[in-house]
Design a binder for this molecule. Structure first.
Ligand SMILES: Nc1ncnc2c1ncn2[C@@H]1O[C@H](COP(=O)(O)OP(=O)(O)O)[C@@H](O)[C@H]1O
Ligand SMILES: [Mg+2]
Length: 371
């Protein structure tokens, strides 16, 4: 019997793609550790990662509309994958049509998409993730919400109900005015779920911050001081939450949205005492965004008790050879499976990974070849 508290290995053993972006068909047998996917721009490298991400999570990391991934002229994109977690093997299937999508787990339809997605934790890091640092607070809230999905499903459910109640309250405010009788009912529901959701956000931040400090310290060269903290937009106390909602009716009516609640949460990030979003150098912002992703990975690893698969898109355009190696050294210390795309495989020539722990794939005009 395996120890249930142990962190399990989790990996793609096989993936098959059909009509996905510019890839007509590909069969991939990856290494359990490092997989390097290289090729020139526009050949289909990111599409390979996107397909792995899609079959694991039912979503894309580059678009809200996975239907865009259906190969031009084809009715449907298909990805199937064999995933091994510890001693267990399962078959994942995704069929994405121009409209609908279908997923299967061992040939059966899963109860919910969320239950399907948390089975195969995958963390992706791509150049646009710089927005985790430079972008709006919503980028950072989304990261926290991904952690909540794994660690606190009830918190995720509270978030959904909170958003629903808040929407109804806003609709009432706008159609019936600030004195509408039913407002109180929706505010009570919103306050109850909002307070629960706020707790989930705080707990997610508490799990993230130590991991973030550790990751940032290991990828930054000097004694850069990182200060990260949770700045709540709401309250974990339902009574207080309700009082605020009531008091803010006129203001929320004028603004067209609620001014109190976890939808206003922020994860404040400062480097050397200055806001990272506006004042850190671009190099620091990149390392901080990478650190946020590594911290996300560690948190999910801890709660899910399995090593998430890590997808790193175009790291070489973001980092120099030295930085790339320090990132890989960090990754080698963990035991997860990694897929890295690059236009510059020479950056990985001296990789900390042994040859037996590494597989190389070349992507050329939608054709994937194992080297
Ligand atoms: N739905 C689609 N059908 C066919 N080709 C597509 C589709 N979507 C994108 N492409 C093409 O796929 C190619 C590969 O894109 P991508 O995976 O981003 O390449 P890389 O990461 O190697 O730079 C691009 O040339 C793009 O124009
Ligand atoms: Mg790419």
């Amino acid at each position: 019997m395996s120890d249930p508290a142990r962190v399990q290995t989790l990996r793609f053993e096989r993936a098959q793609l059909a009509s996905f972006r510019n890839i007509e068909s590909a069969l991939i047998a990856p290494s359990p550790r490092l997989n390097l996917i290289w090729g020139d721009n526009g050949q289909g490298k990111t599409s390979v990662l996107e397909a792995l991400y899609a079959v694991a999570t039912t979503r894309s990391f580059r678009t809200d509309k996975l239907a865009q991934a259906v190969k031009t002229g084809q009715p449907q994109a298909r990805v199937t994958a064999t995933v091994r977690e510890g001693d267990f093997v399962r078959e994942l299937g995704l069929k994405q049509g121009l409209r609908g999508r279908e997923v299967s787990l061992d040939g059966k339809r899963p109860k919910t998409l969320v239950s399907y997605a948390v089975r195969t934790p995958v963390v992706v890091f791509h150049p646009r993730d710089l927005e985790l640092v430079t972008g709006a607070a919503s980028e950072r809230r989304r990261l926290l919400d991904r952690l909540i999905l794994y660690a606190d499903p009830q918190g995720a459910e509270a978030a959904r109900r909170y958003a629903e109640a808040l929407k109804e309250r806003q609709r009432l405010l706008e159609t019936r005015g600030v004195a509408a009788a039913e407002l109180g009912d929706f505010e009570r529901v919103a306050a109850e779920h909002g307070a629960r959701f706020a707790r989930a956000r705080r707990e997610a931040t508490e799990r993230l911050l130590p991991e973030l400090s550790a990751a940032f310290a290991s990828v930054t060269p000097s004694e850069l001081a990182l200060d990260a903290r949770y700045l709540p937009g709401g309250s974990q106390n339902a009574e207080e939450f309700l009082t605020e909602l009531r008091a803010r009716r006129p203001e929320d009516y004028r603004r067209g949205r609620a001014s109190f609640g976890p939808q206003k949460d922020e994860l404040g990030l400062e480097v050397d005492g200055r806001p990272a979003r506006s004042d850190a150098s671009q190099g620091q912002q990149r390392l901080l965004s990478l650190s946020l992703k590594l911290a996300e990975l560690r948190c999910i690893e801890r709660t899910r008790r399995a090593h998430p698969v890590l997808l790193l898109d175009d790291v070489s355009s973001e980092l120099d050879a030295h930085r790339t190696e320090s990132v890989l050294a960090l990754l080698q210390a963990s035991q997860g499976q990694i897929f890295v795309t690059t236009t510059r495989p020479e950056l990985f020539a001296q990789s900390v990974f042994a040859a037996s722990d590494r597989a190389d794939f070349r992507v050329e005009n939608g054709r994937v070849t194992k080297l």
